[in-house]
Design a protein around this ligand. Structure first.
Ligand code: GDP
Length: 547
């Protein structure tokens, strides 16, 4: 007998999600709060959680603090190991890396361990959080009330995601006899036995994950649509993995059951292969056979959503000022910027001062998914909001702030930051600005990719270039080859901040396009000494701008 996730979570005072995430990080295959784990694993987790609280450091490993990523060079400085020794060690571990290559966190962990370090990821600086919530105060337990679950429908193309979303919306319209005028605002709510459920109208894991990448997790439960006549397909697997990595429980809708060649058991068998064990086969994955086209068995699916949501104990504080996620936004000719917001917490009211991404404003009017004007909107409710100064991006966070002035100030700060980031992203090397980049310490090495019509030129350039290195700048030929300048050369240059020099060869059309987009400096010459001369002058700030 194992232990249910939610029981253990309760014991450890963790949320189901936190616990599931911890287990997944350990490589344990769990998907929902109803999953069971064996006692050994439970003990391990308890040690981890409780041990952490007591602040016990189990071993005497040295700690390597990492903020974001680290290059091989930075790592060598940090752990005081000679770069070439470090690179040899990396090769021994199967990691081919150049000195300026950024190591992934997995690679860092492995190589640091070799030298007796444990990696500790540092929180990014506060400034990076500029786009997060300003007033992210914790709610008091007594203020928390249950809220509707937010659902995203995922699955392979053509398995019936859109049909299912439409069918569910329709059940509601007839049931509420609202006259059938539904607004497509990017999300909608239905009521099942008096309980509300919110559906995001953009199906698929791409939207789900792009929102997550921006720090906005809107979804509480994923509905995985699998066509009974087609089974698990590549995007089904992707959807499973995306939902799992977000720690979101999955309910499977086995769709197209009306088709004569429907094979629900085959679908279940395939689900097992991906770690989702159907409930009726002893697991904890709820599978509901439906026909979205005929509207069959949707009640059951909706009921299962309500049940799963109850287990998740989703709560929010309706009394606080609202925050939410932009689901959709556009510029409407008559109404100005219009954004659909999914309220995450609090209650949004007409008249509230708001910021959303780079935009600010005041809620002038709100319209719900039935097309009705509303004065306020509570947790998990989708509403269209009018009154923003600009069109925010989907996935931006919206927040109510004190007054118009603070809304404007925050938006302004964010705009400045965005501009700075954009500028700093443009510091790719080019010969024109090389000198000033060197002066500002932005460039410590000049990487060069050389392409020529004959091998002899490549060799000759390599020799001459190396002699140009100074104390401040190391000149390095990253790659040299015979032939025209290709897209791959440009991508290499872009990735390693290099310039490209060509002798009697030219870039192709695609290479030129990519170079323009990536800001890669390509120089073509007929004679070697002229190229060397240019690089030398550029390093000394004497390059003739008329080149
Ligand atoms: P999506 O790409 O996942 O959004 O799939 P769609 O909802 O666009 O559906 C793809 C096709 O499958 C359409 O032709 C639908 O009419 C059809 N379809 C969807 N659900 C069912 C169903 O339950 N039964 C049958 N027979 N066809 C369905």
């Amino acid at each position: 007998m194992g232990i249910r996730i939610y029981k253990l979570a309760e014991q450890l005072e963790l949320s189901n999600k936190e616990l599931i995430k911890m287990l997944q990080d350990l490589g344990v295959d769990v998907t929902s709060h109803m999953s069971t784990i064996n006692e050994e694993t439970a003990e391990l987790i308890m040690d981890m959680v409780l041990g952490e609280e007591e602040g016990t450091q189990e071993d005497d490993s040295k700690v390597l603090k990492v903020e974001g990523t680290m290059t091989v060079k930075e790592l060598s400085e940090e752990i005081d190991v000679d770069p070439s020794t470090l690179m040899a060690k990396l090769i021994g571990l199967g990691i081919m890396a150049t000195i300026n290559q950024e190591l992934t966190s997995d690679q860092l962990e492995v190589v640091a361990a070799e030298y007796g370090y444990v990696v500790e990821e540092e929180e990014e600086e506060e400034e990076d959080n500029l786009f997060g919530l300003v007033n992210d105060i914790e709610d008091k337990q007594k203020d928390l009330k249950s809220r509707p679950p937010v659902i995203t429908v995922m699955g392979h193309v053509d398995h019936g995601k859109t049909t299912l979303l439409d069918a569910i919306r329709k059940t509601e319209v007839t049931a509420s006899e609202a006259g059938g005028i539904t607004q497509h605002i990017g999300a909608y709510q239905v009521k099942v036995n008096g309980q509300k459920i919110t559906f995001l109208d953009t199906p698929g894991h791409e939207a789900f994950t792009s929102m997550r990448a921006r720090g906005a997790q809107a979804t509480d439960i994923a509905i995985l649509v699998v066509a009974a006549d087609d089974g698990i397909m590549p995007q089904t697997i992707e959807a499973i993995n995306h939902a799992k990595s977000a720690g979101v429980p999955i309910i499977v809708a086995i769709n197209k059951m009306d088709r004569p060649n429907a094979q629900p058991d085959r679908v279940k068998q395939e689900l097992m292969n991906h770690g989702l064990i159907p409930e009726d086969w002893g697991g904890d994955t709820v599978c509901v056979p439906v026909s979205a086209l005929k509207g069959e068995n949707l009640d059951e699916l909706l009921e299962m959503i309500v049940l799963t949501a109850e287990m998740e104990e989703l709560k929010a504080n309706p009394t606080r000022p609202a925050n939410g996620i932009i689901v959709e936004a556009e510029l409407d000719r008559g109404r100005g910027p219009v954004a659909t917001i999914l309220i995450k917490n609090g209650t949004l009211k007409v008249g509230d001062a708001i910021v959303a991404g780079l935009a600010s404003g005041r809620v002038r009017a709100m319209i719900n998914d039935q097309g009705e004007r509303v004065e306020e909107a509570g947790p998990a409710t989708p509403v269209e909001v009018l009154g923003l100064s600009d069109v925010p991006n989907a996935g931006d966070l919206l927040e109510v702030v004190e007054d118009d002035q603070s809304a404007r100030d925050i938006a302004q700060k964010r705009q400045n930051k965005r501009r700075e980031d954009e500028l700093s992203r443009n510091t790719t090397v080019n010969l024109e600005d090389l000198f000033s980049q060197i002066q500002q310490g932005e460039v410590k090495e000049l990487n060069i990719v050389v392409k020529a019509d004959v091998q002899g030129s490549v060799e000759a350039v390599k020799q001459s270039l190396q002699k140009l290195s100074t104390d401040e700048v190391e000149v390095k030929m990253l790659h040299g080859g015979v032939g025209g300048i290709t897209e791959t050369d440009v991508m290499l240059a872009a990735a390693s901040n290099a310039i490209i020099i060509g002798f009697n060869v030219r870039p192709g059309v695609n290479a030129r396009k990519v170079a323009e987009k990536e800001n890669v400096d390509i120089r073509t010459y007929r004679v070697i000494y002229k190229a060397i001369d240019d690089v030398k002058s550029a390093m000394e700030g004497l390059l003739d701008p008329d080149y």
